[in-house]
Design a binder for this molecule. Structure first.
Ligand SMILES: Cc1ncc(COP(=O)(O)O)c(C=O)c1O
Length: 454
């Protein structure tokens, strides 16, 4: 990494006050008065933020935290990266918003994005802009249903595709759907090949086959139950479900069977994309090209934006106004997106993510020696999960322990979030640009915290 990009505040973390500090507490009180009580992050990370740089965040009481969070993979180049900032500021001087009418910024983004796409989509696809990750996933399933003329979409246990509209039912955690009072839509969930907790009794090497055989049965047997299958949507590496890397043969097998029956395959790269796994797109690890791909989070450098990219022949079927909306292709986000994709293509950041990711995994693996509460350490690139259990033999999930550890890490100045079916997986999702010393310092805090509460 170039030295001018070493942006984090020095000597992080620095915790000077109890948490929340006195200034933070006042701001949190005001927020409580004015903002919805349905917030979740503010219940877990009790502070108010003043500023952030690189992989560090300063709160209003001058405590400095190491950020292993990246706004849930929204800031893959970290806070205020100069390349992203410059792109946004240059664009701000010219134009912020215009509906669909082309600008040079828009075309440059589309051309740059196209140059990064999996081979089956590169030069053979169209892009449709959307606004959030959920919106992109919603557009993707609508498109799959439209082109296949079939309603049921197969999704997976542990999936998170957002909380909005119809897609809320594709997200596997029924909590969101129950809160919204929405009935289960036209989705059918198969188990994700999560080898640590796979529900079917098969050998580990047969997990992908077990899932894909089941999919084939659903597709080809009219009496299988869920109705005609109009699409399959999957995260190439599962995010909210617990940072789960499927076996290497899973996506290729999924591709094979969806191709065989001409069922559109949708890859949701909202969290795994834009370099997070050490490739620009996580699907590159398995050389699979989807028919539709969902992109969001880090592509906008912090400005909400998203898109789907899909096979160009699908475009012939689309009438004007399909999945329409006002905010499609924000100019600041597109300028940032071009700068970010070029940065990933032109620097050695991705190979750093691969090497450092392996290093972090190895270091976090030291936790297995420290505590029997650590069930598994897994991941790829900078998507690394540490799954907490009551004991290794039973593998019973230990959400309480994971939450206690998260709080302990927060008090020590490390921001780390949880995920997983039982909220029992601590996840490393630091900015890809995080400095070496903040990786080591973070690992030390993690191991110390674990030792303390075990
Ligand atoms: C894989 C995946 N898809 C979709 C979404 C939904 O994105 P958003 O929160 O922007 O609606 C997320 C959010 O975490 C995600 O991880």
């Amino acid at each position: 990494m170039k030295s001018e990009y070493l942006l984090s505040y020095e000597n992080a973390p620095v915790i000077k006050t109890e948490l929340p500090g006195p200034k933070s507490r006042k701001i949190l009180e005001k927020q409580d008065l004015l903002e919805t009580g349905s917030r979740t992050y503010t219940k877990q990370f009790r502070m108010a933020i003043k500023e952030a740089s690189g992989s560090t965040i300063r709160d209003v009481d001058d405590n400095v935290f190491i950020d292993w969070f990246s706004g849930i993979c929204v800031l893959n180049l970290g806070h205020n990266h100069p390349v992203v900032k410059k792109a946004m500021i240059d664009q701000l001087d010219r134009l912020v918003h215009i509906n669909e009418i082309p600008t040079e910024t828009r075309i440059e983004f589309l051309e740059t994005l196209n140059s990064t796409l999996p081979p089956g989509l590169r030069n053979h696809s169209k892009t449709m802009f959307t606004v959030t990750g959920a919106d992109a996933c919603e557009a993707a399933i609508s498109l799959a249903r439209h082109v296949s003329r079939k309603k049921t979409v197969v999704v997976f246990g542990g999936a998170y595709h957002g909380v909005a509209g119809d897609i809320i039912s594709a997200t596997a955690n029924h909590h969101y759907r129950d809160l919204a009072g929405i009935d289960r839509g036209n989705f059918y969930h198969l188990p994700y090949p999560y080898s640590y907790r796979f529900p079917l009794k098969v050998r580990e090497e047969d997990i992908s086959k077990a899932v894909v055989d089941q999919l084939e049965y659903l597709i080809k047997d009219p009496y299988s139950g869920p109705g005609a299958i109009g699409g399959v949507m999957v995260e190439p590496v599962q995010g909210e479900g617990g940072y789960i890397v499927p076996p290497a043969d899973f996506l290729p097998m999924l591709r094979e069977v969806t191709e065989k029956y001409s069922v559109p395959l949708i890859l949701d790269e909202v969290q795994s994309g834009v370099g997070r796994t050490g490739k620009i797109w996580a699907s590159e690890h398995s050389h699979v090209s989807p028919d539709i791909m969902c992109i969001s989070k880090s592509i906008g450098g912090g400005i909400p934006t998203s898109m789907i990219v899909y096979r160009e022949e699908y475009d012939r079927e689309l009438p004007g106004g399909f999945h329409f909306g006002t905010y499609r292709g924000n100019q600041l986000a597109l300028a940032a997106g071009t700068a970010i994709l070029k940065y990933l293509k032109e620097t050695d950041l991705l190979s750093r993510v691969t090497n450092k990711g392996e290093y972090i995994k190895k270091r976090l693996n030291e936790s297995m020696e420290l505590s029997h509460r650590v069930g598994e350490v897994r991941g790829i690139g900078f998507m690394i999960g540490v799954e907490m259990v009551k004991d290794r033999k039973s593998r019973e999930p230990d959400m309480e322990f994971a939450q206690m550890l998260k709080t302990e890490l927060f008090k020590s100045g490390l921001l780390m979030h949880t995920c997983g079916h039982y909220s029992n997986v601590l996840r490393h999702m630091a900015p890809l640009t995080i400095e070496d010393e903040l990786i080591d310092r973070g690992v030390e805090i993690f191991l110390e915290g674990l030792r303390k509460i075990s």
